[in-house]
Ligand binder design. Structure first.
Ligand SMILES: Nc1ncnc2c1ncn2[C@@H]1O[C@H](COP(=O)(O)OP(=O)(O)OP(=O)(O)O)[C@@H](O)[C@H]1O
Ligand SMILES: [Mg+2]
Length: 248
């Protein structure tokens, strides 16, 4: 039950001479709903990309599902919604259904054929985010929040065990944001582990089970309650957390 899905040991990462991450050690367990917070440039996106094996170096310090990243190839277990994924041009030449289909094709070997079972998976993923009725619409003609739901369906279609989302609610209205967090909570209650990068710390706390605060180093990693206690002792971090721990 207490399966470790992501394990990082004493990892550093530099872009040229810029140190982006320093001495990061972290475990993400099955069923966690983890929020990664931290100011602009604190290394959040870099950490996610390293976990996803998108940078060649530093793979040896990272394990996924108990396997070193240098060996790991079960990428169908992982869903990813990148930062800045939103904003398709109006006439982007793909329907909602085709965008979700891409989430299946990337995991297939040639020939890349969509089967009947795949159609069912696509319909189910769209249903999950309440977008099935839009399946034949052009993705570029949908609102930002609707496009985002489709991108989540794309990440969900291969039935991932863990879902990584990098600031998915930027530019989305408050009501849609709340619905979106409810959707993530619902997925989490079905057993999907969720890792969410967000600046929206005031709103996310009632959904998440763990918080990681980054500032090149991992300043804090633990439960919400532990975070508030930690924050009380570290007044320098107060400015970004007064919403998070309103009773302090
Ligand atoms: N491709 C790159 N080349 C060089 N430096 C980079 C690159 N990507 C990120 N950096 C630098 O690494 C540091 C961490 O960047 P990162 O994108 O991880 O921050 P972040 O916490 O995601 O910020 P934001 O909240 O703005 O998205 C920053 O100093 C950034 O300028
Ligand atoms: Mg980022």
């Amino acid at each position: 039950m207490d399966q470790t899905i992501v394990e990082i040991k004493k990892m550093n990462y530099k872009f040229g001479s810029t140190l982006a991450l320093s001495d990061i050690s972290l475990e993400i367990k099955k069923g966690d709903f983890l929020a990664i917070i931290g100011q602009n440039g604190s290394g959040k996106t870099t950490l996610l990309k390293l976990i996803l094996g998108l940078y060649e170096s530093e793979k040896s310090q990272i394990s996924l599902f108990g396997e070193n990243l240098t060996e790991f190839n079960s990428w169908n277990k992982i869903g990813y919604v990148p930062q800045k994924a939103i904003h398709f041009e109006n006439n982007f030449p793909a329907t909602v259904e085709e965008v979700v289909e891409m989430g299946l094709l990337s995991g297939k070997k040639n020939p890349k054929i969509i089967t009947k079972e795949d159609r069912v998976k696509i319909a189910n993923a769209l249903k999950e985010v309440d977008m099935l009725k839009y399946k034949n619409r052009r993705i570029g003609n949908l609102s930002g929040g609707q496009q985002q739901r489709v991108l989540i369906a794309k990440a969900l279609v291969s039935h991932p065990e863990i879902l990584f989302l990098d600031e998915p609610t930027t530019g989305v209205d408050t009501e849609t944001q709340c619905k979106f967090y409810e959707l993530l909570k619902n997925l989490n209650s079905k057993g999907i582990t969720i890792v969410l990068i967000s600046h929206d710390i005031g709103r996310i706390t009632k959904y998440v089970t763990k918080i990681a605060s980054l500032n090149q180093r991992l300043e804090f990693y633990g439960s919400h309650e532990e975070f508030c206690a930690w924050d009380k002792k570290h007044s320098h971090a107060k400015s970004h957390t007064h919403n998070l721990c309103p009773n302090l």
